[in-house]
Design a protein around this ligand. Structure first.
Ligand code: AMP
Length: 220
């Protein structure tokens, strides 16, 4: 599978699409947000610092992110490909990611831009819920992502939970961070001719179909 980078505002469905792509191509899904949430719930000083930043949508320091991601990519399951979801999220991270990949004789091959405007993103955030047991993500406001039974996971029947940072105030801060730090990456990857734009207002299945057709272009 091609080495992909996502650029997507909060609630554009990046995590959902990343999971779908990974199960389609049988590669590990590495959610940077999930890795950070694991540390933040550890109760350590480091965890508390990270938790505080995440609550406000502030990006964690690059040095920490590189240490976290390099450690994860060294695991054996990444040898035959992986999908990194949530990194890079700023110009400095894009440069660091290029360096990380260069050490592995790899490079970013495609940048998927999931386009969604502020109002639609805000609407969606308030509907997002995930399963604390198996990690599946649902959304009561998006067709195709609603759980069959309200507030219950379709897969393991556990009660669904909301993320701490999925409230309107935190969303605003995360969207601001996205516009300030992450959106400029569009220019970085545009200059490399790697951007493909997808309308993230479509259903999750439609977005996925479009992604797969982009990924399969040129494949025989
Ligand atoms: P996500 O689950 O991708 O929405 O990320 C949740 C939060 O984790 C963000 O609001 C940031 O505080 C932090 N985070 C995620 N990815 C990164 C990154 N690449 N660099 C720094 N902080 C990050």
């Amino acid at each position: 599978m091609k080495n992909i980078v996502f650029i997507a505002p909060p609630a554009a469905g990046k995590g959902t699409q990343a999971k779908k792509i990974c199960s389609h191509y049988h590669v590990p899904h590495i959610s940077v947000g999930d890795l950070l949430r694991e540390v933040s719930s550890s109760g350590t000083e480091e965890g508390k610092n990270i938790d505080e930043k995440m609550k406000h949508g502030i990006l964690i320091e690059d040095t920490y992110m590189v240490h976290l991601i390099e450690g994860r990519l060294q695991k054996g399951d990444c040898e035959n490909g992986f999908l990194l979801d949530g990194f890079p999220r700023s110009q400095s991270q894009a440069l660091l990611y290029d360096e990380m990949l260069e050490k592995r004789a790899q490079r970013v091959e495609l940048c998927l831009y999931l386009k969604l405007d502020y109002e639609e993103a805000k609407n969606r955030i308030t509907g997002r819920m995930s399963c604390p047991n198996c990690g599946h993500v649902f959304n009561e406001k998006i067709e195709g992502l609603k759980p069959i039974q309200d507030y219950i996971c379709d897969f393991c029947k556990t009660s669904l939970a909301k993320r701490k940072d999925d409230n309107e105030e935190s969303f605003k801060e995360r969207f601001d961070t996205y516009q300030r730090e992450t959106e400029p990456l569009l220019t970085y990857y545009q200059q490399k001719g790697l951007i493909r734009t997808i309308d993230a207002c479509q259903s999750a299945d439609e977005v996925f179909k479009e992604i797969i057709s982009i990924l399969e272009e040129g494949a025989s």
